[in-house]
Write a protein that binds this ligand. Structure first.
Ligand code: GTP
Ligand code: MG
Length: 198
């Protein structure tokens, strides 16, 4: 898929506040600082479209980006950021839950995992809950430029094995880097293939 146009379409903290125009939505979630906003910028080839930061907790609202006047990419706040405190964390979790459980337009959720780390409890629990609630999701490993190919592949194999203890089948898994653009074409083609079935 070629992205001809990517424009910011609004920030919201609940479903009532999201853009009025109903179009298919593909949303990005994951632990704070995993690289959600960066990946959105790379997919759109537009630096600064979604705000990024080296400090976790940057994205605090649900941000919609209208793509090719046809569908939305949705940047969600991250979960599990300790430094915002219990109240702050609960507020972000409420925003995330509200979007995931109530957005009828969400076609698919991409769960982002850091390619350098073992599967974290918080990610596993989050995905188990998605499964229980029938939320369709795929996995994208981020920051793959930070390690060698073999190291990344070994880490993914290890994480796959950990996930297979809970599921019989894994969702689609992608490798990405916002630095090099690796994975960009695959992810966009995947979205395109889903859009064609709608
Ligand atoms: P929150 O909005 O705080 O939840 O974070 P986020 O998941 O949106 O992460 P963000 O895109 O803001 O990126 C966090 C940090 O990781 C920034 O310093 C990015 O430059 C860096 N980063 C993100 N993706 C990559 C990547 O693919 N490679 C490298 N090397 N750094 C990355
Ligand atoms: Mg962000």
């Amino acid at each position: 898929m070629i992205i001809k146009q990517a424009v910011f379409a609004g920030s919201s903290q609940d479903i009532e506040g999201k853009p009025q125009r109903a179009l298919p939505e593909f949303a990005f979630i994951g632990r704070s600082n995993v690289g959600k906003s960066s990946l959105i910028n790379t997919l759109c080839a537009k630096k600064g479209l979604a705000h990024t930061s080296a400090t976790p907790g940057k994205t605090q609202l649900v941000n919609h980006f209208l793509i090719n006047d046809q569908w939305y990419l949705v940047d969600l706040p991250g979960y599990g950021y300790a430094k915002v405190g219990k109240k702050g964390r609960e507020k972000l979790e409420k925003i995330i839950d509200d979007y995931i459980s109530r957005s009828k337009e969400m076609v698919l959720l991409f769960v982002l995992l850091d390619s350098r780390h073992d599967l974290q409890k918080i990610d596993l629990e989050f995905m188990i809950e998605l499964g229980e609630n029938g939320v369709p999701f795929s996995i994208i490993y981020t920051k793959c430029d930070k390690s060698g190919v073999n190291v990344v592949n070994a880490q993914i194999e290890k994480n796959n094995a950990a996930m297979m203890e809970y599921w019989e089948q894994l969702p689609p898994v992608f490798k990405s880097s916002s630095e090099t653009g690796a994975g960009r074409e695959e992810i966009l083609d995947y979205i395109d293939s889903i859009l064609k079935t709608i």
